[in-house]
Design a protein around this ligand. Structure first.
Ligand code: FA5
Ligand code: MG
Length: 433
C-alpha cells in the first residue's frame, strides 16, 4: 500500500491511488508530499496520542458505531454540495483544499461522510479520520490533521424524542454533581441562531440540550481534573454561536486550559435538508466535529504539531494505550534560518487586480512543503514593501529549518532552499531579489 503512494507520478499521468486512477485536470493540486500521508493512519495506532485520544472519546460514546477506515478521497459533492455549502464558499477554493481533479478531493472535514452514513441507516456513529487543508506553516498548523465526527439521530415516531429527554435528565444530574462551570449565553433559541422552521420548538430544544449535555460530559471526561493541575478548580467550558451550512442552530465549544480558551469543536442540530438528501427526512438529531491534534497537544503537552508524524522512538516510546501522560521534550536538533526575498508577480502589485496572476501565499507554502517536507518548522513573512514608483510589491520570508529526528547540514538545507527558489521563480512568476 505504502509503495502505491510512493510512486511519484509524472505531471501528465493520472494520479493512481490505491489502484484507482484519477485523471488530472485544471483542479489537480494534491502534491506527492501530501499523498504520501494517506497510508499513515495515525488514529489507528493504539499507543499514539491521536489513537489514545480516539479510544477515550469512543469510550464516552460506547453505544455508537465507531468508523475509522473511510477513504480520505471523497467527491466534491460529499465534502461540500450535499451539506449545502454555497457555490462561492471560500473553503472550496483551490488555495484552501486539495483536489485530485474537478470531481474528487481529499476531505477537508469528517462531515463529508454524514450524508452517506445517514443514507446507510446509521443513527448513532463516530467517524475518526485524517482530513486535509492547505494552510500556513507553523507549530500548530499542518496540512493533515485528524477529526472526529459524532452524529446522533432519532425517529420521533419511534419514541426517539422521549428517549433523548430521559437521557437529558440523567446527563443533567451527572453534570450538576461535577466540578464544571458551563457558560452558555446561547441559551435556548436566539434570534441570531434560530431553530429550523420545520422543527417543533420543543423538539428542537430537546435535541439541542441533548447535544450540549453530551458534549459537556465529553469535555468533562477529557479535561476534568486536568485543566488547572490539581483538579480542585472547576473546569470552565463555554458555548458560542456559530454557523455551518448543514446545522441550525450551530455552536462552537471552547475549554479553558492553562489559562487560555481553546476551541475544540463545532456542532449543531442537523438541518432537515441534509437528512432529506440522505433519504431519512423523518429523523432528527445532532452532529459535532472535533479536532484531535489541538486537544492532544494540550492534554499530552506536545509543543509542535509535526511531532505527531515523527518516527523517532524518543517520541513514540513515551505513550501507552489508555493513558494520558505528559510528553517530556528531548533535546531538539539545531535550527537553520534562511531568508528569501522576491518581487511578487506584477499583476498582484498595488495596481494589480488581475485574477489570473493572483499571488496566493498558500500556494507558496505548498511549494515549500513539497520541497522541504517536515524539515521546515516555519515560514514567516518578515518584511513587505511596495516600491513607491513602480507599485511592485516585495516580500521577504524567513525559513526556519529543523529536523525532528536528526541534525541537518547547511549544505543539505542550501540544496532545498535553492530548489524552492527555482520553483517559486518558474512556477509562481516571482522575481528573486
Ligand atoms: C468543521 O470542520 C465542521 N465539520 C465541524 C462540524 C461538524 C460542525 C458537525 C457542525 C456539525 P471547523 O473547520 O471549525 O469545523 O473545524 C472543527 C474543529 O477542527 C475545530 O474546532 C478545531 O478543533 C479543528 N481544526 C480546524 N482547523 C484546524 C487546523 N488547521 N489544525 C488543527 N485543528 C483544526
Ligand atoms: Mg472553526
Amino acid at each position: 500500500l505504502r509503495q502505491a503512494y510512493a510512486v511519484r507520478p509524472k505531471p501528465t499521468e493520472p494520479l493512481v491511488i490505491d489502484g484507482t486512477s484519477y485523471p488530472r485536470d485544471a483542479f489537480t493540486n494534491a502534491t506527492p508530499t501530501i499523498l504520501d500521508k494517506l497510508p499513515r493512519r495515525l488514529h489507528l495506532q493504539p499507543s499514539h496520542p491521536i489513537g489514545i485520544l480516539r479510544s477515550l472519546i469512543e469510550s464516552h460514546f460506547s453505544s455508537f458505531a465507531h468508523l475509522n477506515s473511510l477513504s480520505p478521497i471523497v467527491t466534491v459533492a460529499q465534502n461540500f454540495d450535499d451539506l449545502g455549502f454555497p457555490a462561492d464558499h471560500p473553503g472550496r477554493a483551490l488555495t484552501d483544499s486539495y483536489y485530485l481533479n474537478e470531481r474528487h478531493m481529499l476531505r477537508t472535514h469528517t462531515s463529508a461522510h454524514e450524508v452517506e452514513l445517514f443514507r446507510q441507516g446509521l443513527d448513532q456513529f463516530l467517524v475518526t479520520a485524517d482530513v486535509y487543508r492547505r494552510d500556513e506553516i507553523d507549530r500548530s498548523h499542518y496540512p493533515v490533521f485528524h477529526q472526529m465526527e459524532g452524529c446522533n439521530v432519532v425517529d420521533p415516531a419511534q419514541g426517539g424524542i422521549e428517549r433523548l429527554e430521559r437521557e437529558n435528565a440523567e446527563m443533567r444530574a451527572a453534570l450538576g454533581a461535577a466540578n464544571i462551570v458551563i457558560e452558555d449565553p446561547t441559551g435556548v433559541e436566539t434570534a441570531t441562531n434560530p431553530y429550523q422552521a420545520e422543527h417543533d420548538p420543543r423538539t428542537a430544544r430537546i435535541i439541542a440540550e441533548h447535544l450540549k449535555n453530551s458534549l459537556n460530559g465529553l469535555v468533562l471526561k477529557l479535561f476534568g481534573g486536568r485543566a488547572g493541575g490539581d483538579g480542585a478548580e472547576p473546569l470552565r467550558v463555554r458555548w458560542i454561536e456559530a454557523t455551518f451550512p448543514w446545522t441550525a442552530p450551530s455552536y462552537e465549544v471552547e475549554v479553558m486550559f492553562n489559562g487560555k480558551w481553546l476551541e475544540i469543536l463545532g456542532c449543531g442540530v442537523v438541518r432537515q435538508a441534509a437528512l432529506d438528501k440522505s433519504g431519512v427526512g423523518h429523523k432528527q438529531g445532532w452532529a459535532f466535529g472535533l479536532g484531535l491534534e489541538r486537544i492532544a497537544m494540550v492534554l499530552f503537552s506536545i509543543p509542535d504539531i509535526r511531532l505527531f508524524w515523527s518516527s523517532d522512538a524518543r517520541f513514540s516510546n513515551q505513550f501507552r494505550q489508555g493513558d494520558i501522560t505528559t510528553f517530556k521534550p528531548y533535546s531538539r536538533f539545531p535550527e537553520c534560518y534562511k531568508d528569501l526575498a522576491f518581487w511578487l508577480p506584477e499583476a498582484s502589485g498595488a495596481q494589480g487586480g488581475d485574477k489570473v496572476q493572483q499571488w496566493h501565499e498558500n500556494d507558496f507554502m505548498e511549494l515549500v512543503r513539497d520541497e522541504a517536507g517536515d524539515l521546515v518548522e516555519g515560514v514567516q513573512l518578515i518584511d513587505e514593501f511596495t516600491h513607491p514608483k513602480t507599485g511592485r510589491v516585495s516580500r521577504c520570508y524567513r525559513f526556519n529549518y529543523r529536523s525532528m529526528d536528526r541534525s541537518l547540514s547547511n549544505e543539505e538545507v542550501n540544496v532545498i532552499q535553492e530548489r524552492v527558489q527555482e520553483r517559486v521563480t518558474s512556477e509562481m512568476g516571482v522575481e528573486v531579489r
